[in-house]
Design a protein around this ligand. Structure first.
Ligand SMILES: [Mn+2]
Length: 324
């Protein structure tokens, strides 16, 4: 029996239509395997559940995109960034794919892939929401990491640690084939960004968050206030008249619940706390898009299926599944 969400949706004109983009890309970091996540998530029944249990019409091209046709032949480091042209090309294409769904008034679900793909997803929804509704969108970034390093600040050079820097314009690049395609219309204001779950933030990032007054709830805040109050404060900060893009890195969850991910950090959210965030964001009626990233089914033989199950649960919760 299907039980669609009863929440009235404010910013998607076709609330029972779900655009899905499956991104099998791992070039924003160095560990192979994260490109296998969309196939694993879909094989475990995620899209069937969204259709059969939650009543969504799924718009998916039945492809897991690896974007091999647009990979540059040569991709030397630039400003310390690894594989800058590859990540740029993939995210530019992805931006267009997400934009097409969002422009049409559908929810957009993107299955990654490493977190660099958020450059594509968020730029795509931000542009579509500006055009369709004349509004700026907010981003809720649920993650152990802030992913807001500028190339010069980044200790690793992996672009999956930089997406929010490019999306807010804190990092800029002129070269069109290295994120120079990101225009104002693709960007998100630092005032519309909220973090939840942080616990492994680089020195430079801490300074950047402070200097720009970026709203961030770390695990310290979750411990202090409880997840209920944290989510309440996060949503109050965004306000109820702003479309929300939820970018969920599975490493926000404690490794106990999501062990199979590239950069696990102890002391994270429980699965229920993760689901709770997603449920509350759905309840706002303001959600327009969600990313699920950094599930890496190849890293842990034992923990892979658990991590995939956790990922599916987060997506279902964000799309309106309820416990009762
Ligand atoms: Mn991340």
């Amino acid at each position: 029996m299907t039980s669609p969400s009863t929440i009235e949706q404010k910013f998607v004109s076709k609330p029972n239509q779900l655009g899905v983009v499956a991104v099998g890309f791992s070039g924003g970091q160095c560990k192979p395997g994260v490109e296998a996540a969309p196939t694993a998530l879909i094989a475990s029944g995620l899209l069937d559940q969204l259709r059969d249990d939650l009543g969504y019409d799924i718009h998916h091209d039945n492809a897991v995109h690896a974007y091999e046709d647009i990979m540059p032949a040569s991709d030397p480091d630039h400003r310390g960034m690894k594989k800058p042209r590859s990540v740029s090309a993939v995210t530019q294409r992805l931006s267009q794919q997400v934009y097409e769904h969002a422009k049409d008034g559908k929810f957009v679900l993107t299955l990654g892939g490493d977190h660099s793909i958020a450059i594509g997803t968020i730029s795509g929804t931000a542009k579509a929401i500006r055009e369709r509704l004349g509004r700026e969108m907010a981003v809720i970034w649920v993650d152990a990491h802030a992913d807001i390093n500028t190339p010069e600040m980044s200790p690793s050079g992996n672009v999956h640690g930089m997406p929010m820097a490019f999306l807010t314009g804190l990092a800029k690049e002129e070269k069109k084939d290295i994120f120079g395609w990101i225009e104002k219309e693709h960007m998100v204001s630092v005032r519309k960004l909220v973090y939840i779950g942080l616990r492994d933030v680089d020195r430079g990032e801490k300074q950047l968050l402070r200097e720009n007054g970026i709203k961030a709830f770390s695990m310290h805040d979750v411990d202090k206030y409880g997840i209920g109050r944290v989510v309440e404060m996060a949503l109050a900060y965004i306000g109820n008249d702003t479309p929300i893009h939820l970018s969920f890195d599975v490493d926000a969850l404690d490794p106990q619940f999501a062990p199979s991910t590239g950069t696990p950090v102890r002391g994270g959210l429980t699965l229920r706390e993760g689901d709770f965030i997603a449920e509350c964001v759905h309840e706002t009626g303001s959600l327009v898009a969600m990313d699920l990233v950094e599930v890496n089914p190849n890293l842990e033989t034992l923990g892979a299926s658990e991590t995939i199950r956790a990922g599916c649960s987060l997506v279902r919760s964000a799309l309106g599944d309820t416990l009762l």
